[in-house]
Write a protein that binds this ligand. Structure first.
Ligand code: HPA
Length: 249
């Protein structure tokens, strides 16, 4: 199997079933990544783990050094990436605690260092028609079905700037645009992975209904509870992914 990197998001700062072999502190031409790269073994497969928001969780979505993170993973030997993310649900299928394997992205973020082509070499305009790797998506979707997890295949991920949550009107606009789920870290991460030619998939956990989708405000304790349940299932899904010999080449 290809060496897989897991980028852990809110609610997934470590994977208990990962047997740690080595911690690599990698410097990159773009600065420091959010955390060390933890090299380990999960279900007999080599895995590299990186905590997107740092360990402990201190780096806000707009302050994450996405370029350093992806560069460090490539340098550590990552050949494919599973990106775990906490998100809000917009459309009816996107119920709290559910695992979503989205298929598209709309980017509303701004001001982030979003490309490796920053004027020092000929620009490459990557194809990004389908931002996620279809083969990895299929594998995760199959694995979720094997485990009968509460999951959904598909959906458009709208990436906002954060760190604040959205207004109800912003969510209404995003829904009009076609967004199904909303998060703050999906971009430029996915595009940078494509620039580095690393197949990348998003595995999102719905933490809450997005702004205006339920009466009242969004409560933090509820988000934490939902994430705990969703991430518990996500860890099962990862274990299945690495154990499933059907797709190991
Ligand atoms: N909006 C944006 N990002 C999020 C949300 C949300 O409602 N929930 C978890 N991450």
């Amino acid at each position: 199997m290809k060496t897989t990197a897991i980028i852990g998001g809110s609610g997934l700062s470590q994977i208990e079933s990962l047997t740690i072999i080595e911690q690599k502190r990698i410097q990159t031409p773009y600065g420091k990544p959010s955390s060390t790269c933890t090299i380990g073994e999960l279900a007999g497969q080599k895995v590299i783990f990186l905590a997107r928001h740092g360990a402990p969780h201190t780096i806000a979505p707009h302050k994450i050094n996405y370029r350093a993170n992806l560069w460090a993973l490539k340098e550590a030997g990552a050949e494919q990436i599973i990106a775990i993310a906490a998100v809000g649900g917009i459309t009816p299928e996107m119920t709290p605690t559910r695992i979503i394997i989205p298929e598209q992205i709309i980017d509303y973020s701004y001001g982030r260092e979003h490309t490796y082509f920053a004027g020092t070499e000929p620009v490459k305009h990557i194809d990004f028609s389908y931002p996620y790797d279809e083969s990895l998506r299929k594998q995760l979707i199959n694995n979720a079905a094997q485990l009968k997890l509460n999951s959904h295949a598909g959906g458009i991920y709208g990436c906002t700037q954060g760190p604040r949550l959205e207004t109800a009107a912003e969510i209404t606009r995003m829904e009009r645009d076609g967004c199904d789920l909303v998060g703050m870290t999906g971009m430029p991460e996915a595009a940078l992975a494509r620039e580095l030619d690393i197949p990348y998939v998003c595995c999102a956990v719905i933490a809450n209904w997005a702004a205006g989708k339920t009466a009242g405000t969004i409560a933090m304790p509820e988000i934490i509870d939902n994430l705990e349940q969703g991430m518990h299932n996500t860890k099962k899904l990862l274990h299945q992914f690495f154990s499933d010999t059907n797709h190991q080449v």
